[in-house]
Design a protein around this ligand. Structure first.
Ligand code: SF4
Length: 234
């Protein structure tokens, strides 16, 4: 209960990706991540030493101020909010937000399933790391997610090229063949640094998805289309 939260920023914006795109929400961005995706668009959140340690009371007041009583959806993001260094602070934050009537979602890097958090929250955005991220994919967390949390999850995969697309197709086939797959799977076209739009890449991914007849959902990151790929906290 007395945990300090290592925070990068707290802000109100609109969900820009995935199946809840377009929904106003408050983002609580934790500072610190050691996963190291090479195409990460928030590298400023990596260093655990760069955050501001805030009390839970302070964080809650900020959320309530931004909420204006109407925006009742909070996304816990990062950085990696599921890193063990954040775990107990996140659990306490989720507890207090739930008692205040907020809907709470989490951005999960896909490397860990933390039951103590996943059991409490309302929705899980679960990343499947593709080859272009350079992060080695581990099946075990995904299988656990499907087993325990399929009713309140989406899978998201950043797609940079055909190699990424082939990887998610192969993975889908391996899961589908054991009849375990019932979760929306969103493909997010990657933006290169400084790229102003990803139209050609998105067209390619749409074509591959249509030809594959796997029920992926190709959804652009709306905030990048509107504000540009380098703008953060929007
Ligand atoms: S897990 Fe998220 S914050 Fe961490 S490196 Fe990957 S994209 Fe960036």
């Amino acid at each position: 209960m007395n945990n300090l939260l290592n925070i990068h920023s707290i802000f109100k914006s609109t969900e820009g990706e995935g199946v809840w795109v377009g929904t106003p929400q408050i983002f609580v961005r934790f500072q610190g991540c050691n996963i190291g995706c090479i195409n990460c668009d928030s590298k400023e959140t990596w260093d655990f030493e760069q955050g501001t340690y805030l009390t839970q009371d302070f964080v809650l007041k900020e959320i309530e101020k931004l909420s204006l009583g109407n925006t009742k959806r909070v996304a816990i993001t990062g950085g990696d909010p599921l890193h063990p260094k954040h775990e107990s602070a996140v659990i306490d934050l989720v507890d207090i937000l739930k008692t205040k009537g907020f809907t709470v979602t989490i951005e999960a890097a896909g490397t860990r399933v933390v039951d103590k958090i996943f059991d409490k929250i309302d929705f899980i955005n679960f990343d499947i790391k593709t080859p272009s991220t350079s992060v080695k994919f581990n099946h075990r967390p995904l299988l656990k997610l499907i087993e325990q949390y399929k009713g309140k999850s989406q899978i998201k995969s950043v797609i940079q090229d055909e190699k990424d697309f082939k990887m998610v197709c192969d993975l889908f086939d391996s899961i589908e063949s054991s009849n375990k797959f019932e979760i929306p799977w969103v493909l997010t076209p990657c933006y290169e640094p400084k790229e102003t739009n990803a139209i050609q890449r998105t067209q390619d991914i749409l074509t591959w998805a249509q030809e594959s007849s796997i029920p992926f959902r190709v959804i652009l990151q709306q905030h990048k289309v509107i504000y540009g790929s380098d703008k953060t906290n929007v």
